[in-house]
Design a protein around this ligand. Sequence first.
Ligand code: AMP
Length: 284
Amino acid sequence: MKIARTIAELRDAVLSARGAGKRIGLVPTMGAFHEGHLALMRRAADATGFVVVSLFVNPTQFNDPGDLARYPRDETRDAELARSAGVDLLFAPTPEEVYPPGFATTVEVARLSAPLEGAMRGPAHFRGVATVVTKLLNMVQPDDAFFGQKDAQQALIIECLVRDLDIPVRIEICPTVREADGLAMSSRNVRLDPEARRRAPAIARALHDVEARVAAGERDMRRAVHAAKSILSEAGIHPEYFEAVSADTLDPVAHLDGRTLVAIAGSNCVARIWAATDASSSPQ
Ligand code: AMP
């Protein structure tokens, strides 16, 4: 596995892989790899002939400078894990390489960026995500790019920008990888103190409770979410949001009659935990 630091090095490597007739896959990440990242890389290695993983802690998507400063970083470990997952090229640029002096352009996906995480973190967050993902797609020009369902709103925003800007790439959303007790894997989980870590699986239990209610015939999503909220309150978790929304528009869903996403963000004093599930089901 090679490591590229500059866009020129990246382009050379991708060009020669393309010249050899290989399909190019891209997995954008911010590093601190866990099984969730590795599952995306393995899926990319299955689906394509040359896998590029970008490792870039994108400063423009952090609304909290403390969160950026504390974000876990260990490139040596990450490089080894990526190599073992079948990655061909790790693209690890500096912030100056990505945002040279004079950088002035941003990508903003209206509407989808406003609710849920957008409301919690402010408009700069998804603007930062949309801009850096657009840049990475232009730098690598992959055939396929792989993202996690855990960050369901982000995935929707990326699908929208690719459609709207006519970027010729296939986007694949991969399932959320969870710890044995249900907690969605996240680079930030290492920052949970033991007490918060003990409580955190209640988030997954609450999501699954909504799914079970829907599977049992419940169609009133406000009632389903309200009932599942007690699982969180019993665990001492006060969610920043816990909502059933359209999986296409993110508009609130009162009555289930199409693809529906149930999204939770749980916060406590040390970290935020994200989880999302697709509780979609056909109307009955
Ligand atoms: P990050 O490094 O947190 O920006 O994540 C990089 C990619 O990995 C994003 O597409 C995430 O949605 C995805 N990802 C992170 N955690 C998980 C997980 N537990 N399961 C599946 N995908 C994940």
